[in-house]
Structures are given as C-alpha cells and as structure tokens.
Design a protein around this ligand. Structure first.
Ligand SMILES: Nc1ncnc2c1ncn2[C@@H]1O[C@H](COP(=O)(O)OP(=O)(O)OP(=O)(O)O)[C@@H](O)[C@H]1O
Length: 295
C-alpha cells in the first residue's frame, strides 16, 4: 500500500480555544500504482487530508503510513526530506510553491536539494517542462510573469522534476483550458500506468477523472463516506448529492441508459461518449428491451 490511514483525525489549533476538528476517524488506502480521485464539497477537508500525505501536517489521532514512514501523534516525527523526495505535493494555488527568480531555478531546486548533479537537475527540469507541454524558452522567465495556466503547469512540472513515487495534486486542472485539462489528466494517467507512480488527485471535476481513476474517496464534513471504484459509485448516485456534490454527467448518462435497459447494478459503467455509443449499439439500441421501457 502506498498510503494507509487508520482512524485518522486532524484538529487545527489543537491546544487553543479556536480548535477545529476537520478530519474525523478516517480509514483510507491508496494502493501503489493506482490513480485515486478524492472528492468532497468545499470545506470537507480535502486539502487538509493531502497535507498528511507528505508530513506537512501530522495526525492528531490515528496513524498515517506513507511508503515506509509512519506518523503517530506524540511520536518524534521521522526525517521529512527523504519522504518529500518520494511524495510530490502540488498545491491548490501554484504561486504558493514558486519562489525563484527564474523558472529554471525553481524546477532545478527539488532535484538539486535531493542530491542530483546540476546536469541531471537541468535534464529533469527540461523533461518535466516537455511532459507538461511547456516551451523550454520559458525556463528563463520569472515564474510570476507567466499566465495562470502556465503557472499551474510550471508548478506541476517543478514537482515532476523530482520524479516522486507518489504524486498528490490539489485541483490540478483549475485555471487550465479544456485541451490542457484533458492533456494533464492523460499525462497523470500515463505516469501511473507506464512509470508505476501512485497518483492522488483532489478534484471538483469528477467527470474528467472518472475514466482513469481506479478508486475514489469521498469526504463529507471531514468523514470518509465512500471508498471504492466507479462501479460502486455508479450504484449509489444519491451519495454524491447527499455530500453536496453534483453527479458527474457521464454517470448520469450511464444511469439513464442502465435504467432504460433494466441492467443489473454490477454492470461496468461506460463513461466515455464512444464507449456508451458502442454499448448501446451492441445492445441493439435502447427501445423495447425492458418490460414497460419507454420508447
Ligand atoms: N490553517 C488552518 N487553520 C484552521 N482551520 C483551517 C486551516 N486550513 C483549513 N481550515 C479549515 O478546515 C476545514 C477544511 O478545509 P480544507 O481546506 O481542508 O477543505 P477543502 O475540502 O480542501 O475545501 P476546498 O474545496 O474549498 O478547497 C475548513 O473548515 C477550513 O476553514
């Protein structure tokens, strides 16, 4: 397992009057080499949860295990640098993680900090720029003179440059145009499948990730209310609405087709337009398949 949480709670300002428990008794598993989607309404605790994955925050109750490192409340924290190399975290607001006067310095910082030579660090920086579809000419630019979308891609590139085993991204497609969003999700999927990386993505756009995610975690007011694959999610569309989330279009379309054909709940959902069209065609259309089915 790449990440394991057992009965984890997190309370901000634990020792003050202003304490606020935002995660409650969470059990969660992220298997190595999978894409995991994390969904939940605003304020449900997603960003707080992500920060437990690389030791930025430590649980106030329960146990967080990430690769071979375990965090428990009250225990001396393990050395974080080795873990930070292995777990890359892309923040919700990319400007929070850019700091150097050129993009090149920003991208090389991680690899250099983790002990790579300048040549290797530069190579990694260029490769990460290419992976993110960014022009190498931007390397000499001040990161704060980039567009919002370029800045977001650059922030992801700066984490990719260290080639982490686990990649954790907080709403990575925000501020990207539709083509860049699709390309980024495709890239994350390839990193997972071809390079064996574990990828965890917080998203408000579940539709984008549904065809790729092996598992989903849904948070509601700090509690893990769902964990499982898209098939189980499709079986339970009311759950998302109960958590204040819109049911993704692809799941709504699938449900409409499945209801019309009277399919059993364990049928694998067809989520892309092409898959759904093929499925309907294989079934000989939508009409007359079910007693009382609408024409
Ligand atoms: N540093 C902090 N100190 C105190 N409370 C915080 C802090 N950061 C977040 N919170 C609170 O924790 C709760 C969960 O916030 P968090 O950012 O984890 O939610 P989220 O699901 O990521 O929300 P969003 O979708 O809006 O990004 C919120 O009530 C928030 O006000």
């Amino acid at each position: 397992m790449a990440i394991e949480l057992r009965q984890v709670s997190y309370t901000y300002s634990e020792r003050s009057l202003w304490r606020q428990t935002v995660l409650r008794e969470i059990d969660f598993d992220a298997p190595a080499g999978q894409v995991v989607g994390i969904a939940g309404a605003t304020g449900s605790g997603k960003s707080t949860l992500l920060q437990l994955f690389n030791g930025l925050l430590r649980p106030t109750q329960g146990t967080v295990s990430v690769l071979d490192v375990t965090f428990r409340p009250g225990e001396k924290p393990p050395r974080l640098l080795p873990l930070r190399r292995r777990v890359g975290l892309v923040f919700q607001f990319p400007e929070q993680q850019m700091f150097a006067e050129t993009l090149e310095k920003d991208l090389m910082f991680g690899p250099l900090n983790f002990g790579m030579s300048p040549e290797e660090a530069r190579e990694r920086a260029c490769k990460a720029m290419e992976d993110m579809g960014l022009d190498l000419e931007l390397l000499t630019r001040n990161p704060f003179r980039l567009s919002g979308g370029q800045m977001r891609k650059a922030a992801i590139a700066s984490v990719l440059a260290a080639d982490p085993e686990i990649l954790v991204l907080d709403e990575p497609t925000a501020s990207l145009d539709p083509v860049s969003r699709r390309e980024l999700i495709g890239l994350l999927n390839r990193l997972c499948r071809e390079r064996g990386r574990t990828v965890l993505v917080v998203t408000h756009r579940m539709d984008e990730l549904l065809p790729y995610a092996d598992r989903w975690l849904v948070l509601n007011q700090g509690r893990a209310v769902f964990q499982g694959g898209v098939r189980e999610l499709a079986r339970n569309p009311g759950l998302l609405a109960d958590c204040g989330l819109a049911v993704p279009d692809s799941l709504r379309y699938w449900r409409a087709v499945a209801d019309r054909l009277g399919l059993k709940d364990d049928e694998e959902p067809r989520l892309s337009a092409g898959e759904l069209a093929d499925f309907i065609q294989e079934r000989g259309g939508l009409e007359g398949r079910r007693e009382g089915g609408r024409p």
